[in-house]
Design a protein around this ligand. Structure first.
Ligand code: FAD
Length: 501
């Protein structure tokens, strides 16, 4: 039977994961439901990278009641309309993954099906010209989407680039203000209940013993509770996603203040470029199987956008996830639960998934196994879908340089991704998940951007004569072009709306 005493929750770790989990828990639960405590060590640094997000982040901020302008100022934030991918399909190619649609459906069939019929009939139309988000991104413009769904400038969404360490610091202020108790201290021992095997307490270097009913492991790659204590296995995905290291370097603010992240494929991985208000983040994610650390660092330093403000810093990682992110009375979030490279900026999102599902499936003093099973099913599904989406970027390439690209092109891919590719090649059918990542426009942009072309289209397309569809497509394209000059530049919008002082 459930007791009505509040649950004592102990979060271990104060990186982005720890503070996102802590803030959501004290925002979603009342004091009679839970007491939340967070233990973090000043001695152990956070991973200290992570600057790009996806639109779902706004749902998290809304849930915890964060003021957007204040958050942007506190984190040196900028706006993000999507990601530009350079050289991914082949050297010289480029495409955008926008946070928005490529055109509005016509006569009951999706826009990309109409576009594909036109293409198969010999019309050479650039599908990116039908995306409002891409047009704005290319022109370095930004404003909030129009709330009127009938307007062309309502057809996109946005996310943020920000300094994730400052975001964690900002959340700390919010969470402590709402009753979260923070303790500085290094965990040196973990004690398990001899009967149940659950985690009973942690011991800090000071000698203090912190007991809890439920623990959240946010200790980063260490996985102190979930891995080192409870042995939850880590399923590796390094054959599919061989990148295992990154060099990161902050640079001075670049001349071009883009409302998008840039990802440029390189011989043994890819380079990111993320504009913040005061600097531009640059980094090279690479596979140590295909390039040495020194060569990778040299490649990054030779391709910086802006003057380097520090020496490059290396981070090592392994793609994969825990097979059970929630085990016994411990839930892991952030890097303790798994890692997928930041190609689609999904790590912070996966923290959000973990904590929002914890709130939905909130346990009592005795953890109900059915809740744990359901939590792990949901988290696994999200990881698996993001994994497939990332693998697609690597697999669908015709690059002729570098063994990494050959390996990825020829490797056996997961059955789930094989199925998605077959469907798209056959008739342009792509996933349209409504309960997580990624939705149809994202799949379409990456599939087409990487050169995966459908041989057919939705039968409903034939209900609209081709000439009529072409006229409607042209109407949509010109509405975007006409609207564009009225949009403020990203630089002006940030300066007016949320500039740091
Ligand atoms: P960490 O930041 O490592 O924090 C761990 C915490 O645990 C620290 O506070 C530490 O003090 C504490 N701790 C550890 N051991 C102990 C102990 N024994 N006692 C007490 N405390 C302890 N994500 C995105 O969404 N977008 C991006 O663009 C992005 N880019 C990335 C680029 C790279 C190269 C990498 C590697 C990651 C990137 N990420 C990105 C992921 C993102 O950085 C992480 O998901 C996020 O920072 C969460 O980290 P964390 O809080 O899980 O771990």
């Amino acid at each position: 039977m459930e007791t009505s005493a509040p649950l004592d929750i102990v979060i271990v770790g104060g990186g982005t994961a720890g503070w996102m989990v802590g803030t959501a828990l004290v925002s979603g639960l009342r004091p009679h439901q839970a007491r939340v405590r967070l233990v973090e060590s000043d001695e152990i640094a956070t991973v200290g990278v992570g600057e790009a997000t996806i639109p779902a982040m706004r749902d998290y901020n809304r849930f915890v009641g964060i003021d957007e302008v204040e958050m942007m100022r506190e984190t040196n934030g900028t706006f993000k309309l999507g990601i530009e991918f350079l050289d991914w399909g082949f050297k010289g190619s480029s495409y955008h993954h926008p946070f928005g649609v490529h055109g509005a459906g016509i006569g009951g069939a999706g826009f990309h099906h109409h576009w594909n019929r036109a293409r198969l009939a010999g019309h050479d139309l650039d599908i990116e010209q039908f995306s409002y988000a891409i047009a704005a991104a290319r022109a370095d413009r930004f404003e909030f989407p129009n709330p009127d769904p009938d307007k062309i400038d309502s057809t996109y969404s946005y996310a943020y680039h920000f300094d994730a360490s400052l975001y964690a610091r900002y959340l700390r202020k919010v969470a402590e203000g709402r009753g979260l108790k923070r303790t500085e201290g290094k965990v040196v021992d973990v004690t398990r209940d001899p009967l149940s095997g659950d985690v009973a307490s942690i011991t800090l270097a000071s000698g203090e013993v912190v007991k809890g009913d439920f623990f959240v492991d946010c200790t980063g790659f260490r996985g102190l509770l979930i891995g080192q204590t409870l042995d939850s296995p880590f399923e590796e995905w390094t054959d599919w996603l061989p990148c295992d290291r990154a060099w990161a370097v902050p640079c001075a603010r670049a001349d071009r203040f883009t409302p998008f992240t840039r990802s440029t494929a390189r011989e043994a991985g890819w380079q990111w470029r993320i504009p913040l208000q005061h600097r531009t983040g640059n980094g090279y994610v690479y596979s140590s199987r295909y390039i040495s650390d020194d060569e990778a660092a040299a490649t990054l330093m030779a391709n910086l956008d802006g003057e380097a403000l520090a020496e490059p810093r290396q981070v090592r990682f392994k793609a994969g996830r825990r097979t059970a992110s929630w085990t016994r009375n411990v839930m892991a979030a952030g890097l303790a639960s798994g890692f997928l490279e930041p190609l689609e900026s999904t790590s912070i999102y996966l923290i959000q998934v973990a904590v929002m599902n914890l709130l939905k499936l909130f346990p009592g003093k005795r953890v109900e196994p059915a809740l744990v099973e359901e939590f792990n099913r949901r988290v696994d599904m999200e990881y698996d879908r993001v994994r497939d989406f990332l693998i697609l970027h690597y697999h669908a390439n015709t690059r002729t340089d570098g063994e990494l690209w050959k390996h990825c092109r020829e490797m056996e891919i997961p059955e789930s991704l094989k199925h998605k590719l077959e469907l798209f090649r056959h008739r342009g059918v792509a996933p349209n998940y409504h309960d997580g990542l990624f939705a149809l426009p994202s799949w379409i942009s990456v599939l087409l951007g990487q050169g995966v072309l459908p041989g057919g289209y939705d039968r409903l397309v034939d209900n609209v004569p081709l000439a009529q569809a072409l006229a409607e497509m042209e109407r949509q394209r010109s509405a975007i072009t006409r609207r564009m000059p009225a949009m403020p530049t990203h630089a002006d919008f940030v300066a007016r709306h949320c500039a740091i002082s």
